[in-house]
Design a binder for this molecule. Structure first.
Ligand code: FES
Length: 110
């Protein structure tokens, strides 16, 4: 697991959706009801930017056609988005990315 810091994300007590980039990945860092989440910013339906959406009932909602995805699991009604580990370390939001091998191992641990 490799962690990336985003000191530009401040005041994580208020609800927010902020898009960050890690290599070629667009990721939404989401503050919702006092918790932090990190999910892919690409809607699997038609590729719209989920960071322009909203959150409701622990889900991020795409603003185009309204598909929604669980912030914790990434699961939607028909599809899913990738989730990433997120933490605050020394007051700075950090998002973790995994290798393909890490993802495979995680599948077998579910
Ligand atoms: S592009 Fe996101 S729901 Fe259609």
């Amino acid at each position: 697991m490799k962690w990336y810091s985003f000191p530009e994300i401040t005041d994580t007590d208020k609800p927010f959706i902020q898009k960050v980039k890690i290599a070629d990945k667009s990721i939404c860092v989401v503050g919702y009801e006092g918790k932090l989440f990190a999910v892919s910013a690409i809607c699997p339906h038609q590729g719209f930017d989920l960071s322009l959406g909203s959150c409701e009932n622990n889900k991020i909602i795409c603003p185009v056609h309204g598909y929604s995805f669980d912030l914790q699991t990434g699961k939607g009604a028909q599809d899913y988005i990738k989730t990433y580990p997120v933490k605050i370390e020394n007051g700075v939001v950090c998002v973790g990315t995994t290798s393909v091998w890490d993802d495979i191992k995680q599948l077998f641990n579910k």
